[in-house]
Design a protein around this ligand. Structure first.
Ligand SMILES: Cc1cc2nc3c(=O)[nH]c(=O)nc-3n(C[C@H](O)[C@H](O)[C@H](O)COP(=O)(O)O)c2cc1C
Length: 139
């Protein structure tokens, strides 16, 4: 089974989740400048919001997907909103790429707000989440 992890980050918060998931699944998490080069069964895709929207890099990454993706698992950090799920779903729907209903999100620090997040607990929870996903979607 082929699994890939991609993320976009500006201040490192979403990368922390990506690396925790990567550690659990023993896969290197790569940023969204790394296009998917081959078909994948599961794509863990990490994003965040900047002034209420996901970054153009995420839009471009999804738009440029030209391999078969079995299912996408959304994970995200944000300071105010809960998650990027709805925004990512809209982008994936346009490409007919399925998005799992399960997702992982937690607070991400933004200046003095939510300092230290994601914290150790968040990262442990992200790892547990990845393990559950693998159990559920493993072929
Ligand atoms: C320019 C900018 C705009 C932001 N706008 C929002 C926002 O509209 N809503 C929100 O929940 N968080 C907002 N945030 C907070 C980020 O979503 C949060 O810090 C996130 O964890 C950043 O992830 P990253 O370090 O992976 O880039 C903003 C952060 C920045 C830098």
């Amino acid at each position: 089974m082929k699994i890939a992890i991609r993320y976009y980050t500006r201040s490192g918060n979403t990368k922390k989740l990506a690396d925790a998931i990567g550690k659990e699944l023993k896969i290197e998490a790569q940023d969204t400048s790394h296009k998917l080069e081959e078909d994948v069964d599961i794509l863990f895709l990490g994003s965040s919001v900047y002034a209420y929207g996901v970054d153009d890099d995420i839009k471009k990454f999804i738009n440029d997907i030209d391999v078969k993706v079995g299912i996408v698992i959304n994970f995200s950090t944000a300071a105010l909103i809960n998650s990027t799920y709805k925004q990512v779903k809209k982008l994936l729907d346009k490409k007919n790429i399925p998005l799992a209903k399960e997702e992982f999100y937690c607070r991400g620090s933004f200046g003095p707000v939510h300092k230290g997040r994601p914290n150790e607990d968040d990262l442990n929870n992200a790892q547990k989440f990845a393990k559950e996903i693998l159990k559920k979607y493993k072929k």
